[in-house]
Write a protein that binds this ligand. Structure first.
Ligand SMILES: [Zn+2]
Length: 341
């Protein structure tokens, strides 16, 4: 089998499931840690690599929260956001819907207006200077309860930054039933935002049905357990409801035992529109290019197959039709040129 990584690296791509703070690479964390010497996060790159190697999901949450703690001012938010876009540009990611949890920042005392201005500033600079189009998904941290849901809906609807396209729900699924968030999703949807909750990552297909029926999900974050329910798979395929699949993340958090056991093949075989994503890439020791390489291996794809996967993400995105056509054109042109070599 040919090594597809060089092809994948140059391929123009879109990413639909990637978290803001969870995208902070050691390079970015080191810069933030240097700004806040009182934090317990190391500045030294070697020590940071050690710091980033987590042992289980609880440890992952601990690391994640210590990075959250480094983002204290609007200027930290701006730095984080722009530098995440720089890491995306290096992977030829042309468009990303970045999941932002504004509640984590406003709760920690960052002024809400300052927060919105910082992400918008970074978004405009990323597009102008790096050629990366960013859009936001504001998500409810499910573990923080209904107050967090209320606050997230208020920030999304009342302060709505220009780049905001969708409304999400993250955090643990066990013990956090999706239906309780219906009123907040109703408000966001009424304001024109698209519904993209995480569901079926660590719980069964029932959670995905709840996300569809109660939260009116237009895409599903993860949906890893969908293949356990053939009726659900058929429904997702028929309604063209995409899944945002994050293979390495699923193994890192033990939602799936091993990459070779990932249900990606069953999803594709059932005709579901599947997209490949990186979730919290540096924390899971991956990036989007690596996730495409993993998917290509699991699905036994060639260059055209990988290009089609990239096309799925563009199709499933909330980018406007002209933007979609442009990136699809870039994917096709790149692929034809590569294969003609
Ligand atoms: Zn996620």
């Amino acid at each position: 089998m040919t090594d597809l990584l060089p092809f994948i690296e140059g391929l123009p791509k879109a990413e639909l499931h990637v978290h803001h703070v969870g995208s902070a690479s050691p390079r970015i964390v080191s810069e933030l840690a240097a700004r806040h010497p009182d934090s317990r996060v190391p500045v030294d790159p070697g020590e940071l690599a050690e710091f980033f190697s987590f042992t289980d999901f609880a440890h992952f949450i601990e690391i994640y929260l210590s990075v959250v703690d480094l983002v204290r001012t609007p200027d930290d938010v701006r730095l984080l956001t722009f530098e995440v876009a720089r890491d995306m540009a290096r992977q030829n990611i042309r468009y990303a819907e970045l999941t932002v949890t504004p509640f984590s920042s406003t709760r920690r005392g960052i002024p809400e207006q300052g927060f919105m201005e910082a992400i918008e500033d970074a978004r405009k600079a990323a597009e102008a200077e790096l050629g990366v189009i960013l859009r936001w998904c504001f998500d409810i941290p499910g573990e923080a309860g209904l107050d967090a849901a209320e606050e997230t809906a208020r920030l999304a609807v009342d302060l709505r930054p220009e780049g905001l396209v969708s409304f999400g729900l993250g955090g643990p699924e066990v013990g956090v039933p999706r239906p309780q968030f219906k009123p907040y999703f109703d408000r966001a949807i009424a304001a024109g935002l698209r519904s993209v909750p995480h569901a079926g990552e660590t719980t069964g297909p029932g959670t995905i049905w709840d996300a569809l029926n109660d939260l009116r999900a237009e895409r599903i974050g993860h949906g890893t357990s969908a293949p356990q329910d053939p009726e659900l798979l058929a429904h997702l395929a028929e309604r063209r409801i995409p899944l945002e699949v994050c293979p390495t993340s699923n193994v890192a958090t033990r939602a799936v035992a091993a990459l070779d056991e990932h249900p990606l093949r069953e999803m594709v075989a059932a005709g579901v529109l599947v997209t490949v994503n990186s979730d919290d890439p540096p924390m899971f020791g991956t990036d989007l290019n690596n996730e495409y390489a993993v998917a290509a291996r699991l699905l036994d794809l060639d260059e055209r197959g990988v290009a089609a996967l990239a096309g799925n993400a563009v199709e499933a995105s909330f980018l406007d039709p002209a933007g979609k056509a442009r990136i699809t054109g870039e994917i096709d042109a790149y692929t034809e040129q590569w294969l003609a070599k």
